[in-house]
Design a protein around this ligand. Structure first.
Ligand SMILES: Cc1ncc(C[n+]2csc(CCOP(=O)(O)OP(=O)(O)O)c2C)c(N)n1
Ligand SMILES: [Mg+2]
Length: 546
């Protein structure tokens, strides 16, 4: 058996059905021969984003795989690998490498050396005899602990070599670990005694599939639940105890409850300090449940640490809380949440239902939410204002129905996420919401959606501007029009063979969305280009201000 064939066989045994890639990489051909579908993109970053979504929507059970050429392919992939690293997404990255005799000679790009700082592991194949060991290590890292990309570089001269003897390979096991029961007891006692506990849930809930015990704990304690952007949809946002999700923009329920909290319980989160996450207020007590001990005391000092899988942790915590209280608590939280939400939505209603032209992006997204079947939709934002216009107002009902991100925020990430999600969950309506800056980065890959028959719904908010930069670049804008951008993107979608429609009239928003959905049902990706205002208002209140 040749090296390429052995790798394809290993991928098959690991349950891989689709391999994302861009040639030349001989694994792609070997995979096709073995019955694994190669999905070829127009640039490497997007393929990594698709692999990323495959892992995300399956809670890491179906690992996304991306293969690319040595040199230019690997060089061009770095953004996608770095994005997955910052978001802790387990993906297998398979760059081809220069022939072994050239791999360490300047200026040849060496993926292992170059990407080591933003991968969970990076290892070259050194000899055909080691293939099974190397892939066992990579898949073990992908299936255990906090996620991140695992990279295996395959020197091009190795493909022609035979592996010695038959391939011996069993899929890598996944083993869970849980917290010390003494700490669980301390945490349960603190939460039961707390006057105003708040739960802050991150994406660890998604990977551990701990949605049910999270809900059970919240209901036992009658404690409100906020999520990070990555954790969005880990707790049903139509639940009376939901505070919504927090990124750069957030509903006022989140600062309100965090400010008056005495104990904050972070579940499956890193508490990473970022402009695209909720800042934790000072002077609170923290319980930090996280899979990664390196996250403990990283940005927030923990009073109690629970290290381990979120499901094991929450199950243990629920059992302890149930021992301490005989029946679920009552609290005024739900009534308070409902009152704050009502006032917030009343204040925002003029924008959410605006009849102005150019269209309000808030109106477009509000109409979108009320036209699609939210429970059967997987939606993601993009970097820029569309993220902040979508995330606070979109009310998720089902786990993993929102792919949230923002530890780093590369424009153009959302398209590949929606496409990968659609391949993984074809029965769902998969949507990406982006602006005209984001489409400039990855828009060409709408052609991939058409060619590879991935019928996503793409919602483009085109204001012919990087509006977010207007306050930052007033002189450049005034003197040189530096923040202006342009394009007829509906025409671009049609030119690629997809469905494209430009919408300017508020009355046409809903009918256009319906037409777009119809097209996706026929297998045709649809891009709806809404001509919007240069909106700069964001739902965001600073702590201390009322
Ligand atoms: C790769 C990359 N480069 C730069 C940025 C910084 N950035 C964030 S949003 C943005 C402009 C956003 O414009 P658009 O998406 O059109 O949204 P608008 O503010 O116009 O509504 C820029 C330049 C980024 N997030 N990613
Ligand atoms: Mg714009």
């Amino acid at each position: 058996m040749k090296v390429g064939e052995a790798i394809a066989e290993i991928l098959k045994r690991e349950g891989v059905e689709i391999i994302f890639g861009y040639p030349v990489n001989h694994v792609l051909e070997a995979a096709a021969i073995a019955g694994i579908r190669p999905v070829i993109v127009r640039q490497e970053r997007v393929g990594l984003h698709m692999a990323d979504a495959m892992s995300r929507v399956s809670s890491g059970r179906r690992i996304g795989v991306f293969a690319m050429q040595h040199g230019p392919g690997s060089e061009n992939s770095m953004g996608g690998v770095a994005q997955a690293y910052s978001e802790s997404v387990p993906i297998l990255v398979l760059p081809m490498g220069y022939a072994r005799r050239l791999a360490h000679i300047d200026p040849n790009f060496n993926s292992v050396a170059s990407m080591r700082t933003f991968t969970k592991s990076a290892e070259p194949i050194t000899s055909p005899a080691e293939i099974a060991n190397i892939f066992r290590r990579a898949f073990s890292r992908l299936r255990n602990g906090r996620g991140g990309p695992a990279l295996v570089e395959i020197p091009v001269d190795l493909f022609a070599e035979e592996i010695p003897g038959p391939l011996v390979y069993e899929p890598a096991i996944s083993a869970r670990y849980g917290p010390d029961i003494a700490d669980v007891r301390k945490a349960a006692a603190a939460l039961v005694e707390a006057k105003h506990p708040v739960i802050y849930a991150g994406q660890g809930i998604h990977y551990a599939r701990a949605w049910e015990p999270l809900k059970r704990l919240a209901e036992l304690l009658a404690a409100p639940v906020a999520t990070s952007l990555q954790g969005k949809s880990a707790f049903p946002e139509d639940h009376p105890l939901s505070l919504g999700s927090g990124g750069l923009a957030f509903p006022p329920t989140i600062p309100h409850f965090l400010e008056k909290a005495d104990w904050v319980f972070g579940a499956g989160c890193s508490f990473t300090e970022t402009a695209f996450g909720i800042a934790m207020p000072k002077g609170k007590k923290f319980i930090h449940a996280t899979l990664d001990p390196n996250h403990l005391n990283k940005d927030v000092r923990a009073d109690i640490g629970l290290i381990g899988d979120a499901q094991l942790t929450l199950d243990a915590l629920c059992a302890e809380v149930e021992r301490l209280i005989k029946q679920p608590r009552a609290s005024s939280a739900a009534a308070e949440i409902s009152a704050i939400r009502k006032k917030w939505l009343d204040d925002w209603m003029p924008k959410l239902t605006s009849r102005e032209t150019p269209l309000s992006p808030y109106r477009v997204l509000w109409d979108l939410q009320h036209t699609v079947d939210v429970a059967n939709t997987i939606i993601t934002h993009d970097a820029g204002s569309p993220r902040d216009q979508l995330a606070p107002f979109w009310v998720t009902k089902e786990p993993l129905s929102y792919l949230g991100w923002g530890k780093t925020t590369q424009l153009g990430y959302g398209l590949g996420l929606a496409m990968g999600a659609k391949l993984a969950r074809p029965e769902k309506l998969c949507i990406n919401v982006w602006g005209d800056a984001a489409i400039g980065f990855t828009g060409m890959d709408f052609e991939t959606a058409v060619r590879e028959r991935i019928p996503i719904l793409s919602i483009l908010l085109n204001n012919f501007s990087m509006a977010m930069e207007l306050p930052i670049m007033p002189v450049s804008t005034e003197k040189y029009r530096s923040t202006d951008i342009s394009g007829d993107y509906a025409a671009m979608a049609r030119a690629f063979g997809g469905y494209g429609e430009r919408v300017t009239d508020p009355g046409e928003i809903v009918p256009a969305i319906r037409r777009g959905i119809e097209q996706t049902k026929k297998g045709i990706p649809a891009l709806l280009e809404f001509i919007t205002s240069k909106e700069l208002t964001v739902s965001k209140q600073h702590y201390g201000k009322k």
